[in-house]
Design a protein around this ligand. Sequence first.
Ligand SMILES: NC(=O)c1ccc[n+]([C@@H]2O[C@H](COP(=O)([O-])OP(=O)(O)OC[C@H]3O[C@@H](n4cnc5c(N)ncnc54)[C@H](O)[C@@H]3O)[C@@H](O)[C@H]2O)c1
Length: 338
Amino acid sequence: MRRIRIHGHSGLSTIIVGGALGTLGSYAPLHNTVVITDANVRRHHRHAYPPCAVIEISAGEQAKTLDTVKDICLQLMDMGADRSSFLVGIGGGVVCDITGFVASIYMRGLRFGLIPTTLLAQVDAAIGGKNGVNLDGYKNMVGVFNQPRFVLCDLSLLGTLPKRDLLSGFSEIVKHALIRDAELFSYVEANSERGLSLDPESMERLLYDSLVIKSSIVGRDEMEKDERRLLNFGHTFGHAVEKVSGMSHGEAVSIGMGMASRVSEAMGYLGAEDVQRIEALLIKLGLPVRLDAISERVFDAMRRDKKRRGEGIHFVLLKGVGQGFVKEMLIQELEEAI
Ligand SMILES: NC(=O)c1ccc[n+]([C@@H]2O[C@H](COP(=O)([O-])OP(=O)(O)OC[C@H]3O[C@@H](n4cnc5c(N)ncnc54)[C@H](O)[C@@H]3O)[C@@H](O)[C@H]2O)c1
């Protein structure tokens, strides 16, 4: 078991890598804790849940709405939850994002912790203090920055995860390696089979190294004014691909990373052999790297997104494996490069 700490504006957040769901009582006052979880996760892991009140939401991205937030708040009121209560989210990125948001607004703020149950949530969504929900189909439009007291990563929970969800998490591990850690990239290349079969030693190393990258970036730029933008590598294209194709987040980010690598090459920053190496690893993991017919719709989705947000595109490029950097670009420049 290893620990990583993030000092955020709302306090200290401790990430426990290799902890166990059954030890929750060491981190939260069980008599005063309400668990928020989804139906799938509860079905698979209810035997390990602590003896606490539970609020269950339906599984999947469509539950990530203000309606669900309202419903949870009403249930908390019925239970008599107050400022001394502690919320714990047990679930994937959706449950973690919602739990952090509810904990930030219910009675102006409760303490909360997260037990992420997907690899994507362990490696990314539960870490860094971004909490929120979608609005009218637009991702994460309503939310807050607020660090959980703890994030307990229990690798054994991943055993029940469908393969497609496991791959989503690998996509984010590759992202972390590509922006900051060439050695981690080589490790994934050499150990992808062991990782995909959830070999505990490989998984702990992959998770820990990946979390060191994310948490150190968040520690330096919690509010995403500068360096944290690096974590969006592959996501500018990825979000648009997710929207127009219905692919999973991880698949769409993988395609986004392939596209961003090729833009980096077209602009003279990245060598062709590095692009081949990146694509080869993503393909070896079973992730897609290219889109054929719908690239026009991807750019349309990016244009709509940019108009709505009213901000320039801070696009993340690579100078090499492990060397990400941010450049302000126009969508037209991206289109020409692609
Ligand atoms: N806050 C952040 O910084 C951040 C970062 C990345 C992604 N996200 C968000 O995370 C969400 C995606 O997360 P996700 O991929 O975990 O999605 P998810 O929470 O929808 O989980 C995916 C599916 O796996 C099921 N599941 C979860 N754990 C399981 C387990 N152990 N065994 C079997 N089934 C299990 C869930 O019920 C769900 O059906 C998106 O909403 C995204 O916006 C947030």
